[in-house]
Design a protein around this ligand. Structure first.
Ligand code: SF4
Length: 385
């Protein structure tokens, strides 16, 4: 039986850099975009050069174009990448194929081409429905621009849309966050990702709000109430939380992201793209010019190659699996590692089940609502010495 594989394609270009962003992305000329896509296509078409004879072992269940802003590309360029993926891998007939888009970069022609090459899901970066917050974030679009893009996507026939939102923004109140949620829910997208802003060093936001004493950021209590309110409001409107920060209508969970949490192998192409392939984790060259040069010269773009040890695999099984509301299976752990979960983790499990932060139900262990609030602390404890 073929193994399941997810494919990630990184497009490192954006119209301009948002003030909070530390992703691998930057503005670029049309010429650079063209050169990059040329290299990307070659890297994808040549992938078996590094893994001879492996194509027939895998069936691709999802492809995700992320960034950056993949929708910045001329539609013919994105179509060229999609064709390269189809020619180079066996793709399941019901594969989920997602393109990340930003409002202000979509038009009817792009959407038509996406559909023609098999894209069946869009993930739209909105972040906030309040124009003042969007301006502060340095986003290129307004709420009205988003509404136009959303309507275009529906008109083009997309029936699987995600909207990315962000809470705990500087100056944001519980009320303004809930306004964003209600405005978005009125559109009935199939999926909503709702993350809290993390202020990363090296960004303009860090200079402005990085200090702990910043009074512009919502305090811890407000942040917690935003988070709890999100779950409540979405639940009342039919969305179920299937991962700490992700909500979906029934059957519309993001299959690609689930692969990251359930340990499915994934192969990344393009600058900085991460992979878990075979027993190895690696990344690709991060610098765009260096990446293009390496692909052009036929040299290896893989960097930071690490064989994943059994210990690391066990740790990931626990803390990635517990991000999912369905939790983890003791039987799967035993099958995978040849030792029981209780033998390896009995002290941590007993402690957090005792505190009411983890719950055991039959074969499965999962976070309780209180456990979700402190999940990062719990996850740390699954690291083995
Ligand atoms: S659109 Fe996304 S990737 Fe691009 S700069 Fe803004 S946050 Fe970063």
């Amino acid at each position: 039986m073929k193994k399941k594989l997810a494919i990630y394609i990184h497009i490192p270009f954006c119209v301009r850099k948002c003030a909070y962003c530390d992703f691998l992305s930057a503005p670029a000329t049309q010429e650079l975009q063209k050169q990059y896509v040329g290299a990307l296509v070659r890297e994808i078409r040549d992938w078996e050069k590094w893994y001879p004879g492996r194509k027939d072992s895998y069936l691709v269940g999802s492809v995700f174009f992320g960034g950056g802003t993949p929708s910045i590309l001329q539609p013919g360029l994105l179509a060229g990448v999609a064709d390269a993926v189809r020619d180079s891998f066996e793709i399941a007939c019901d594969a989920e194929i997602t393109v990340e888009c930003n409002p202000g970069t979509l038009d009817a022609e792009k959407l038509r081409v996406y559909r023609a090459v098999g894209v069946n899901r869009l993930s739209i970066g909105l972040q906030s429905a309040e124009n003042e917050e969007l301006l502060l974030l340095g986003r290129i679009h307004t709420w009205e621009d988003f509404l136009k893009s959303y309507a275009l996507a529906r008109e083009a026939g997309f029936d699987n849309l995600n909207i990315d939102l962000m809470s705990a923004l500087p100056g944001q109140t519980l009320q303004s966050w809930q306004n964003t949620l209600h405005k978005v829910l009125a559109l009935q997208p199939e999926h909503i990702s709702a993350y809290s802003l993390i202020i990363e060093e090296g960004t303009p936001f860090y200079e402005r709000y990085g200090g702990k004493e910043s009074t512009m950021l919502p305090d811890e209590d407000t942040e917690r109430r935003m988070y709890a309110g999100t779950g409540q409001i979405l639940k009342e409107t039919g969305y179920h939380r299937y991962e700490i920060s992700n909500y979906a209508l029934p059957g519309r969970e993001c299959r690609h992201n689930i692969c990251y949490w359930d340990g499915t192998e994934y192969l990344g192409f393009g600058t900085g793209a991460a992979s878990l392939f075979g027993k190895e984790r690696f990344c690709r060259i991060r610098d765009t010019q260096e990446y293009i040069a390496a692909v052009t010269n036929g040299t290896d773009t893989r960097i930071e190659r690490n064989a994943r040890s059994k210990k690391e695999h066990m740790e990931e099984f626990m803390f990635l699996g517990l991000r999912m509301m369905r939790g983890i299976s003791k039987a799967e752990f035993a099958d995978c590692f040849g030792v029981t979960m209780d033998k390896v983790y009995s002290a941590v499990l007993e402690k957090y089940i005792g505190y009411g932060l983890l719950r055991e139900d039959g074969d499965r262990i999962f976070l309780t609502p209180e456990g979700i609030d402190v999940s990062n602390v719990i996850f740390q404890e699954f690291l083995l010495d």
